[in-house]
Design a protein. Structure first.
Ligand SMILES: [Zn+2]
Length: 154
């Protein structure tokens, strides 16, 4: 960038350049392709940036936060309790509960042990004890056999 461009560029872009400097600046741009290209690209960038910038600072309306909080509050209480106050939902909840109770009752009845097909551990234990005779009984039987053999008439 040459001296006239360097000195006058900012003022030229801002529109605050002195007339004398401006004439010198423009005369140089007419003669210098490099500076003309530089100034044009600067102008383009400046325009793009000005397009990106908002016209005026965005500020929420004075009652914006109050309305947001009010809406959150109304939705929080409304969503939970209105469900239970809704008669359709209450009916569905009632039928679902009754169905669940019936299913649970059916399950309990069908899994209740009935007879020897589903023996409980206690009854199995008792049955095993009954089947195998106590050892004293076995001993007595052996003694009886011995006595029988000893007294067997020749
Ligand atoms: Zn130049």
């Amino acid at each position: 960038m040459h001296r006239p461009t360097e000195e006058g560029l900012e003022g030229y872009l801002e529109g605050t350049i002195e007339t004398r400097l401006r004439r010198e600046f423009e005369r140089h741009l007419d003669a210098c392709d490099q500076c003309r290209a530089t100034v044009r690209s600067m102008k383009d960038q400046r325009y793009l940036i000005s397009q990106l910038r908002a016209e005026e600072p965005i500020e929420p309306a004075p009652d914006f936060y109050a309305r947001v909080i009010e809406r959150i509050e109304s939705q929080r209480y409304g969503s939970v309790w209105s469900l239970f106050l809704d008669p359709a939902f209450g009916r569905r909840l009632f039928y679902a509960s009754v169905t669940l109770l019936v299913l649970l009752g059916t399950y309990l009845v069908s899994t209740e042990p009935v007879g020897p097909a589903h023996p409980r551990p206690e009854s199995v234990f008792v049955a095993v004890e009954r089947q195998s005779p106590p050892s004293t009984e076995i001993q007595r039987e052996r003694d009886t056999i011995l006595v029988n053999l000893a007294t067997y008439p020749d």
